[in-house]
Write a protein that binds this ligand. Sequence first.
Ligand SMILES: Cc1cc2nc3c(=O)[nH]c(=O)nc-3n(C[C@H](O)[C@H](O)[C@H](O)COP(=O)(O)OP(=O)(O)OC[C@H]3O[C@@H](n4cnc5c(N)ncnc54)[C@H](O)[C@@H]3O)c2cc1C
Length: 508
Amino acid sequence: MHDVIILGAGISGLSAAKLLCEQGINVLVLEARDRVGGRTCTLHDPQFGYTDVGGAYVGPTQNCILRLAKELGVETYLVDDSQYSLAEIQGSVRRFSGVIPPIYNPIGLLDLNHAIRTIDKMVAEIPQETPWKHSNAKQLDCMTAKEFIEKIAWAESTRSFLNIFIRTVFCVEAHEISALSVLWAIKCGQGIDRICNIAGGAQERKFVGGAQMISERLAERIGRDRVRLKSPVVRVEQEAEGVTVTSEGGETFKGQFAISAVPHAILQRIHFHPPLPAMKGQLIQRMPMGSVIKTVTFYERAFWKERGFSGCSMSDTGPVDFSIDDTKPDGSHPAIMGFIQADTARRMSLDTLERRKEYVCKHYAKIFKMKEFLEPQDYVEMNWMEETYSGGCYSSSFGPGVLTSFGEALRQPVDRIHFAGTELANEWAGYMDGAVQAGERAAREVLHKLGKTGPAEGLQPELPPANASLAPAETSWLLGALPSVDTLLRFGGIALAAGLAWLFQSKL
Ligand SMILES: Cc1cc2nc3c(=O)[nH]c(=O)nc-3n(C[C@H](O)[C@H](O)[C@H](O)COP(=O)(O)OP(=O)(O)OC[C@H]3O[C@@H](n4cnc5c(N)ncnc54)[C@H](O)[C@@H]3O)c2cc1C
């Protein structure tokens, strides 16, 4: 009999297991795959050393994952964004630095600035733990992000930028996701700037040796004998005294409590006895995973850097929506990482790997205007839609109405079963940081039930590590003070009317 049985050896399940082990709790982790790490996956090959084809980037304010990495001795390195980025928006390709893409039309720029500041203001009002309790929750939740974008954006270029944002952050099209859930995710990630930025933002750093190393080291800490690979859980039964968990091979394991750290979207494959409560049972049918193919293309030289480009690009036509340089910190194995997302990923899933490689290289050659991109040394990719035990990536999204109707059921335990996984975090949900936070929260809930700790302790916020940069992503006062196109037109209209009236009067 174990104290706690944990389903899933991703970062969340293993973080829960580590915290419990540290309190002397006897845990067993059951993992479906033949490896730990879940949605983080680091490939190793003599050709390119190592490369992340799953979760990879971390940045300031992601305090849980940074703290954990430090404790496990996994170092980070800075992603290079010292040179120009490129944006392909509405057929024109322009270079730029920072987050805001280059829109030379001043009206377009005003509009984009205004849309971003409007979103940031609305985000400030969202309750971080319970977005469904926002005063205007129902209205925002019943609206798709597409409708929301059409409401707040005036210029086509602003709509294009915001659509790229939705695709690259959620791996869905804007019509598939609720406006409230987008605003909540922006809240969890501390604003659009923080989410989009490389320096000072969510893409600031990568792990030396790859992100899967976090889970490898966690499994070592917990004890490899407590982490059983190739053991997909198919049944969880609850009785008055405990839980019985059955794996695909028919083996059964008994525990006092269970923590499920399996993505909600694939919980439907597990039989629960008694069945999950109505709201939980319905919620897990309504959290689909995003659609993404992560690609890494290797070259002999980082010729883009020699010509002043960092390798970072965004595009509203694709196939690569977003790219970042993926050269190792010592300059070896020059590479570009590119995401194929949402509808494009679905469409390109029907192609062969060779065709996708060709499309990706042609895309880089076109937007960077460098034909060397057509001659890669190597190409690797991972189509997360094909992964049985993920069902897609980076994480689940909430369609219209789901958060307000089912949000309360998100983190609620079901008797002896507690729930973890990045989707259940209230900071950086969908990221590795959220996975740690949600795992530790579930572990503390169980510790409390085991009489090991008071409930207040389980609710304490994470302390940032000593070396964390907590500076807020900066917005200049000028950007904050610029008017919207609407205001400008209205003001301009009034000024024009007043001018004409004055002219007319002076002629009389
Ligand atoms: C392409 C891609 C890019 C990403 N980029 C970033 C990034 O740059 N930064 C960032 O912070 N995050 C990123 N993410 C997201 C990040 O990887 C995830 O948020 C995080 O790893 C989720 O951890 P988790 O433990 O909650 O879930 P998972 O990693 O999904 O872990 C769940 C585990 O449960 C197992 N499992 C499933 N079903 C069963 C079953 N029936 N029985 C037993 N085990 C089961 C799975 O195999 C898996 O190991 C990215 C993800 C992807 C795929």
